[in-house]
Design a binder for this molecule. Structure first.
Ligand code: DAH
Length: 366
């Protein structure tokens, strides 16, 4: 009797004190294992008289069950304590600031192209494209620059060593004007397009890069005259620079593909030491800045486009997109546009979701 009571007390005390699962397992083996003390007690039943056996057997069974239950309960307690400790050590501090995630931004050139597409779409212009690897017929001849024309030499053209099947010299287009020809030949008339894209010239300094961006505009219809050109450019420049006080100056000029040709200047003033488009352009602190080449489409160009110049007239314009971006957003070195410097992009880039719209404003803040 005293045996079982003291064994039970000893077992329960040891189980209660066990603070690791390993130690608890050692106790289980020591009491209930094949060679454990309770198992040894069970074995003594064989040498007992039937009366002793039934009395002692009942006691031993109670002892074994109580020790087994205590072991099981302590095991559950130790396991859940271990889980609690693990969870506590792995806690996330949700009040910490989120790690800085890198986000992409829209390059000013892409932004300005989107702004231009938005503004001209509102005036009924579609966006047209052409190849950057062009032939000299589309790039020069069809734009009224025959082989001997001096304007060809002014374009610092990158030529490819081989000609195409028709014997035309291949080159990197020097301007977006060949898209005029391609659009007329493909779409016919009437036509209202803009053509933004990359162009190439063998030229490099602070204001010239071998690759840069232009946008071309072309309207072909009946009865088109210089007034349409002036209104369109004025409407475009006011929307683009987001100012109503823009004053234009049209200067007579020369381009082989337009006749007459006009160069368009906008007035600017100095505000806080920065050149700002807008203002009258003729008094103190004001000046003119050239922004566009344009003119009435030359009859020969309309013919090269497969149309009858007695029936169809038009106007065209072209300008540098990089230059427009520099003027609007106050960037001074063209080369930075192509350096791929992420710090520059972070400073001048545009949030990807700030898409230009006429209702929300085309020039979302940089
Ligand atoms: N293609 C000209 C250039 O690269 C720009 C230009 C001037 C385009 C007058 C035109 C235009 O369509 O009418 O410098």
């Amino acid at each position: 009797m005293a045996d079982t009571d003291s064994l039970l007390a000893e077992a329960l005390a040891k189980i209660a004190e066990a603070d690791t699962l390993d130690l608890l397992e050692q106790h289980r083996v020591a009491f209930l294992g094949k060679k454990g003390s309770i198992s040894a007690l069970m074995k003594t039943l064989g040498g007992m008289s039937p009366e002793e056996r039934s009395e002692a057997g009942a006691r031993f069974n109670v002892l074994r069950t109580e020790v087994a239950d205590a072991l099981a309960a302590r095991k559950v307690a130790l396991e859940s304590a271990a889980l609690e400790a693990k969870l506590a050590s792995e806690t996330l501090d949700l009040s910490l600031p989120a790690p800085e995630a890198s986000t992409g931004s829209v390059h000013p050139v892409s932004q300005v192209m989107d702004e231009l597409a938005e503004i001209f779409a509102d005036m009924g212009f579609a966006v047209a494209t052409g190849p950057e690897i062009e032939d000299d017929w589309h790039n020069f001849t069809a734009l009224n620059m025959p082989e001997s024309h001096p304007a060809r030499a002014m374009h610092d053209t990158f030529y490819f060593p081989d000609s195409d099947e028709q014997g035309r010299s291949m080159l990197l287009r020097t301007h977006t004007s060949p898209v005029q020809i391609r659009s007329m030949l493909k779409e016919g008339a009437p036509l209202r397009i803009i053509a933004p894209g990359r162009v190439y010239r063998s030229d490099s300094d602070a204001t010239h890069t071998p690759m840069f961006h232009q946008i071309e505009g072309l309207v072909i219809d009946k009865g088109i005259h210089l007034g349409h050109l002036k209104w369109t450019l004025e409407t475009f420049l006011k929307a683009f620079f987001e100012r109503d006080d823009i004053v234009l100056r049209l200067r007579p000029s020369y381009f082989p593909f337009t006749e007459p040709s006009v160069e368009v200047d906008v007035g600017y003033s100095m505000e806080k030491g920065r050149r700002v488009v807008g203002g009258s352009g003729d008094d103190e602190g004001h000046a003119w800045m050239e922004v566009l080449g344009s003119g009435m489409v030359n009859r020969k160009v309309i013919e090269f486009g497969g149309l009858d110049p007695d029936e169809w007239q038009g106007f065209a314009f072209g300008t540098g997109v990089d230059r427009l971006a520099m003027l609007k957003y106050g960037m001074d070195d063209l080369r930075a546009f192509f350096d791929g410097d992420l710090r520059w992009m972070k400073h001048y880039g545009f949030a990807a979701l700030d898409v230009p719209t006429l209702s929300g404003g085309v020039g979302v803040s940089a």
